[in-house]
Design a protein around this ligand. Structure first.
Ligand SMILES: Cc1cc2nc3c(=O)[nH]c(=O)nc-3n(C[C@H](O)[C@H](O)[C@H](O)COP(=O)(O)O)c2cc1C
Length: 197
């Protein structure tokens, strides 16, 4: 399994990125390795001008190309997703997510914009050719807190949603691999056993 994570927030202190890091940590605990892309670390001018010849953007696009699974995190910005994430998705090939399993993680200030994931983000992921775009994990700012010691403090509901999302991600990756191999689909395995906060 080749898993990448894409952090789509331009903020240094990013809730969506912290949620993504938590998901990554749980995957690592289950022996699943991941490679991280953070759009805020990519050259801003290359992103802004869609410079597809940029070595840094090409390197990131190659990571995407090689991935079988992608966990993509973004804040809600103006009832959609972040512009810098869109700038990165724009430089990928037309079907840059072809055959991939994608789990979105989105944070927003208000529960009212939860559907931004379905109406704004998912259509773009589908247009990029993703095989499975899974129901994502949405959290409001009040559900993703930082303790005084800097550690992450998540609402129990978010922990459960994240666990469920990662389990579906794992199962879908297995189904996707079977489809790729042209074999029949197995039952869900429930392989991720050690997920916890
Ligand atoms: C420019 C900007 C636009 C935003 N627009 C919305 C919005 O339309 N709806 C919403 O619920 N939250 C909105 N928010 C709040 C963020 O989505 C929220 O704080 C999110 O958790 C930030 O994620 P991040 O820390 O990963 O960047 C906005 C924040 C910023 C900075």
């Amino acid at each position: 399994m080749n898993i990448i994570t894409i952090a789509g927030s331009p903020s240094a202190q990013s809730r969506s990125s912290r949620l993504l890091a938590e998901a990554t940590r749980w995957l690592h605990e289950d022996g699943i390795s991941t490679t991280a892309i953070s759009v805020r670390d990519l050259p801003a001018e290359d992103l802004l001008f869609a410079n597809t010849k940029s070595p840094a953007l090409q390197a990131a696009a190659k990571l995407v190309e090689a991935a079988s699974g992608i966990i993509i995190a973004t804040p809600v910005y103006k009832a959609a997703y972040s512009g810098v994430l869109k700038a990165f998705l724009d430089i990928l090939p037309q079907y840059g997510f072809a055959g991939k399993v994608v789990l979105p993680i989105v944070t927003g200030g208000s529960p009212a914009h939860m559907l931004a994931m379905d109406y704004a983000l998912k259509p773009v992921l589908s247009a990029l050719g993703a095989r499975f775009v899974l129901n994502g994990v949405y959290a409001t700012d009040s559900q993703v807190r930082t303790r005084d010691d800097g550690s992450l403090d998540l609402d129990d509901e978010i922990v459960l949603r994240l666990e469920d999302g990662l389990q579906r991600f794992s199962d879908s990756l297995e189904w996707s691999a079977h489809l790729e191999a042209g074999s029949t689909l197995p039952a869900a395995t429930g392989q991720l056993t050690s997920l916890r906060c």
